[in-house]
Design a protein around this ligand. Structure first.
Ligand code: ZN
Length: 234
């Protein structure tokens, strides 16, 4: 008998933020094993680096996972997971009424559909009549650095979301400015400017789910909001 292998299915997916289409295959058993190992890991940088490697193996066109936004990365991961492992995640939550642990289920198709329905916001934020910024969603390369920053580092956080600065005459790419110029600009922002920028950034599509549960102890009908990749893992 000739060597026999199961053909791997291929899927196409439009990323909600970049609008680009990616061709991918589901995770195979060897990759699922790596994912299970990552599930136990605590170091965010290590988890994201390894997820990038695993996902790049599953991408069948020339899309580079390093160049997509963090939310597109999460969206692609979830779709790969749905195709390979299944459409639901069972987890436990603390009942908001009796405080005991009760099981609940995340429907991942519902999560990805919600994200597909949301649209990318207007990226232009006017800070004064003459000066404005173009914001960008969280980039994958900044994701682990940002997750390690705290409230105190708000200026560093805001810098990660500025794509361009413009005046009536001029547009500059923020990352191409010297660090002196970057710092001077960030230092000139008021709290109001920062919240205007962060408010717009928060409107970019991202993975979140509203989950209804019925407590197995007290029959309370509750709901929880789940967000972020750690909750949508395996
Ligand atoms: Zn309860």
């Amino acid at each position: 008998m000739d060597k026999l292998v199961i053909p791997t299915p291929e899927f196409s997916l439009k990323l909600p933020i970049s609008g680009e289409t990616v061709k991918y295959r589901p995770f195979l058993v060897r990759e699922e094993k790596l994912l299970l190992m990552l599930k136990e890991a605590k170091d965010n940088t290590m988890i994201i680096d390894n997820l990038k490697k695993i996902m790049q193996l599953c991408i069948l066109d020339n899309t580079s996972v390093a160049n997509i936004s963090y939310a597109d990365f999460e969206f692609l991961f979830l779709n790969m997971r749905v195709r390979s492992i299944g459409e639901t995640i069972d987890l436990e939550t603390e009942c908001e009424s009796c405080g005991k642990k009760t099981p609940c289920v995340i429907d991942l198709n519902q999560v990805t559909e919600e994200m597909e329905k949301s649209s990318v916001p207007d990226k232009t934020v006017m800070l004064t009549n003459e000066i404005g910024v173009i914001v960008k969603p969280l980039e994958l390369r900044n994701a682990s650095a940002i997750s390690n920053l705290t409230e105190k580092d708000q200026l560093k956080i805001v810098a990660a979301f500025i794509d361009k600065i413009f005046t009536e005459k001029d547009v500059s790419s923020f990352t191409e400015l010297s660090s002196d110029h970057q710092l001077a600009f960030i230092d000139s922002l008021s709290m109001k400017h920062i919240s205007m920028i962060m408010e717009r950034v928060s409107q970019f599509p991202r993975l979140k789910a509203d989950i209804q549960y019925v407590c197995t102890h007290c029959q309370h009908n509750g709901n929880i909001q789940v967000e972020g990749l750690d909750n949508f893992f395996i």
